[in-house]
Write a protein that binds this ligand. Structure first.
Ligand code: FAD
Length: 287
């Protein structure tokens, strides 16, 4: 089912993000986790495209495997960075042939070990060009990324919102947000987009914390702030990952309760290929 139709259904659409494992063992474990995740009846899952386009084949292979074997709707992430227009078009064509209908069109993170984002000499410059390209094929329902705390490379908050609106006008059916830990950032983001006339679903991205050092690293990579109260809690679980997982479940449960009260169209979980926290949060929320 297409994203646009999934979010048009009554109720909340749950979705879960995975990344392509590096090893066969990791892949086997992921398919077990996917089976467990199916208990919460996600509307769809998504598969990331590695930094700098590094997991290209693995991403599409995994998307196809989920599509064919798991009985779960799947959305393929596709990025502009690190590949030519011809490469991006070849991936879109492969997805079209396999009847994969949902796409997350992204600028992409720079390759690991590099700080700078540089467009490919023969590539697209921005995610909007990928939205237009995919849209023109007439078969995809397309989501784009949104940044409640402003994209790190944006010239200003206003310009970031302006370009996001352009992506929606170019045909994006939904916005999925970067992770954030303060719901007020999301509320302000949604309200500002509404003022600009953006009416598509703005789906919050939720990261269940799995360890204190890891969440600090992720937050620093995407410039998401960790509120002081959460940072104090993280200090207490610094060297105890089991306690960090419990803290993450509790924090994300409270965050989701606030978001549901606000009226979000869905919840998108950054699962890090682990079902435990996602299932526990959904159980707390009575899903
Ligand atoms: P763009 O829309 O191209 O925006 C990038 C920057 O350029 C922004 O600052 C924007 O304000 C500005 N901009 C946009 N359009 C224009 C324009 N026309 N002219 C001038 N400036 C413009 N990264 C990966 O590598 N792989 C993934 O799988 C992945 N999955 C993600 C999933 C989600 C839900 C999210 C929120 C992010 C994900 N990312 C992923 C990270 C994302 O690719 C990076 O944060 C990237 O730097 C920005 O992507 P974008 O799609 O917003 O890019």
């Amino acid at each position: 089912m297409k994203l646009a139709d999934l979010y048009a259904r009554p109720g909340l659409t749950l979705s879960v993000e995975f990344f392509p494992p590096k090893t066969e063992k990791g892949e086997e474990s992921l398919f077990n986790e996917i089976e467990l995740i199916k208990r919460i009846h996600p509307g769809f899952c998504s598969v990331t495209y590695g930094a700098g386009g590094s997991t290209r084949e693995k991403t599409v292979d995994l998307v196809e495997a989920i599509h064919e074997k798991c009985g779960l709707e799947v959305m393929c992430h596709l990025t502009v960075v690190g590949q030519s227009k011809a490469d991006a078009r070849a991936i879109l064509e492969r997805l079209r042939r396999k009847k994969i209908e949902n796409l997350l069109a992204l600028g992409g993170d720079p390759p690991q070990g590099t700080a700078d984002w540089r467009p490919h000499p023969d590539g697209f410059q921005h995610a909007i060009e990928l939205v237009r390209e995919a849209r023109a094929m007439g078969v995809f329902s397309i989501a784009v990324a949104g940044f409640p705390e402003v994209h790190p490379r944006a010239a200003s908050r206003e310009s970031d919102l302006f370009f996001l609106r352009q992506k929606v006008e170019a045909g994006a059916a939904a916005v999925i947000t970067q992770l954030f830990f303060d719901n007020d950032d999301y509320f302000r983001f949604v309200e500002d987009l509404a003022k600009l006339g953006v009416t598509v679903p703005i789906v919050p991205g939720i990261l269940p914390i799995l360890s204190a050092p890891q969440v600090r690293r992720f937050a620093s990579l995407c410039c998401a702030k960790i509120p002081a109260a959460l940072e104090n809690q993280l200090k207490r679980v610094e060297a105890d990952d089991n306690a960090a997982v419990d803290l993450g479940i509790e924090y994300a449960t409270r965050q989701c309760e606030g978001l549901i009260k606000f009226g979000v169209p869905g919840l998108h979980f950054y699962s890090l290929n682990k079902s435990h926290s996602v299932l526990a949060i959904c159980k707390n929320l009575a899903f």
